[in-house]
Write a new protein. Structure first.
Length: 487
């Protein structure tokens, strides 16, 4: 009875009941406030992790492994890495059941709900080495951040939305009035899908490593992420380019596209026929290459010829105006009787004169003999005095020495006989040699291209009859007729 009365006394005391109630409420509030941080007085497995970006991860967010909650994030602080970069350091409080976490474990920050709540997901590795309490999960264990739904919607800014509206309007205009074509497309779409099933089955087969393709694509995206600004500027430049194309899309580009198939058909038919021409052109330009190289040396001459040709071309209309009446006169002359007989006689005359002209022509065109002869003849006939022309008189001059070319020889040609001393006395003891060239070279067919007549060189002490040995420039140690005459 005493105990029961004691209990009733405590329960009947309002102060004690109120104090107990307040204590229970305080304990409940304390436990509720620290629920996200773990229960008090419970042993935990504490680690530190570094990630490139906390990505809105805050204190109290969950840490999960395989979707199950295994701990909480105690603290998030920014730190500076050794290379000068910035990272986020997470203090993790994990359950003891997780210890030890494999050293090659990876982690990624994932969204818990569309409202922006995040959690840290740890993927345990297969390493036999575990992380001791207090160790740090390195920055290399952090995987690329997933694209959250809010980040996805953030890319649809006002400019992007306006561009999408213009694109949808353009696609709408493109599909407008093309209902029959779309119906035909959907009709053949099923056949295309059925035909593509073997290709898709081969694509998803393990041997094709299709998953590796997407992983490589993910790595590529991570690689080009630092140059996102440059890519954005590239798209801005593309926008300006396509805007420029839009201004000439109709009718120019449209007509170019519409006429493209016909052009390809013509090219398909024409290119095989052009192939021989291209081969010949290749050989032509290969043969033209030396001439082009030599053109650098001859270009001044060509330029001078062009300058001289311009006045001739300016005067050519006058010549062209005279050509029709000249041609009419030639036609009238051709129709005259006896013309063909005269032409036949002229041809026979040319045939008879041809051999002589072939020999006489070089003497004039190369050596200019006829011009010199007629000029000297005209000069000789025009010069003289009151008694008459010089050509009518012959001047005699005594030889200046024995066997001089200025007069008759004083001894027979060639060396005299030793016993005939009277010739030695007459000739003054000098040998007398004959030099005669009755048929000199005049550059005629079969002869060297030289003008020998009047330019023969005499070799002292030798008899020379006929052409002298050819010596370009007529340089020799002998003496010419003029030199012998003067000697």
């Amino acid at each position: 009875m005493r105990n029961r009365s004691g209990i009733q006394g405590v329960a009947s005391s309002p102060v004690i009941v109120g104090a107990v109630t307040v204590l229970v409420v305080i304990v409940a509030v304390f436990l509720a406030y620290n629920a996200n941080n773990g229960l008090p007085f419970v042993s935990t497995y504490n680690l530190t992790a570094r990630v490139p970006n906390a990505n809105a991860l805050v204190k109290g967010n969950e840490v999960r492994i395989g979707g199950a909650r295994v701990g909480v994030v105690k603290k998030v602080v920014p730190v500076q890495t050794g290379d000068g970069g910035v990272a986020a350091e997470l203090s993790l409080s994990l359950e003891k059941s997780v210890q030890p976490l494999p050293a090659n474990s990876t982690m990624i920050i994932r969204p818990k709900s569309p409202l922006g709540l995040k959690y840290l997901q740890i993927v345990p590795g297969d390493s036999g080495d575990g992380l001791a309490a207090g160790e740090t999960i390195p920055l290399s264990a952090a995987r690329p951040e997933p694209v959250d739904i809010d980040q996805f919607f953030d890319m649809f800014d006002e400019k992007t939305r306006a561009s999408i509206q213009r694109g949808l309007a353009g696609f709408g205009n493109a599909f407008a009035g093309r209902g029959p074509q779309l119906n035909a497309f959907f009709a053949v779409l099923r056949e295309a899908v059925e035909s593509g099933q073997p290709a898709l089955a081969n694509l998803v087969a393990p041997s094709t490593n299709f998953g590796g393709f997407w992983r490589a694509l993910e790595n590529l995206s991570a690689t080009v992420a630092p140059v996102a600004a440059e890519q954005a500027s590239m798209f801005v430049a593309l926008d300006r380019t396509f805007a420029a194309f839009a201004r000439v899309a109709r009718p120019y580009i449209q007509e170019t596209i519409s006429k493209g198939p016909e052009t390809l058909d013509v090219a398909t038919e024409t290119l095989p026929a052009l192939r021989p021409f291209l081969r010949d052109s290749e050989r032509f330009f290969a043969a033209l290459k030396p001439g082009a190289a030599a053109l650098a040396e001859t270009s001044p001459t060509i330029a001078a010829a062009l300058r001289a040709g311009i006045p001739a071309l300016n005067e050519s209309p006058k010549l062209n105006a005279q050509l029709p009446p000249t041609a009419d006169a030639l036609l009238a002359f051709q129709e005259s009787p006896g013309v063909f007989n005269g032409l036949d006689l002229l041809i026979d005359t040319n045939d008879l004169l041809g051999p002589a002209i072939r020999f006489i022509g070089p003497a004039q065109t190369t050596c200019n003999y006829l011009t010199i002869a007629f000029r000297n003849l005209a000069s000789a006939s025009s010069e003289g005095n009151s008694l008459g022309g010089w050509i009518n008189a012959i001047a005699f001059q005594a030889p200046s020495g024995p066997n001089s070319e200025g007069g008759a020889a004083s001894a027979p040609a060639n060396s005299p006989e030793p016993e005939d001393e009277r010739f030695l006395v007459t000739s003054g003891g000098k040998a007398n040699h004959l030099h005669s060239n009755p048929y000199p070279n005049t550059a005629s067919p079969g002869q060297p291209k030289e003008c020998e007549a009047g330019n023969e060189l005499y070799e002292v002490g030798k008899t020379r009859i006929g052409s002298t040995p050819r010596n370009d420039g007529f340089k020799t140690t002998g003496q010419s007729k003029k030199q012998l005459g003067e000697g």
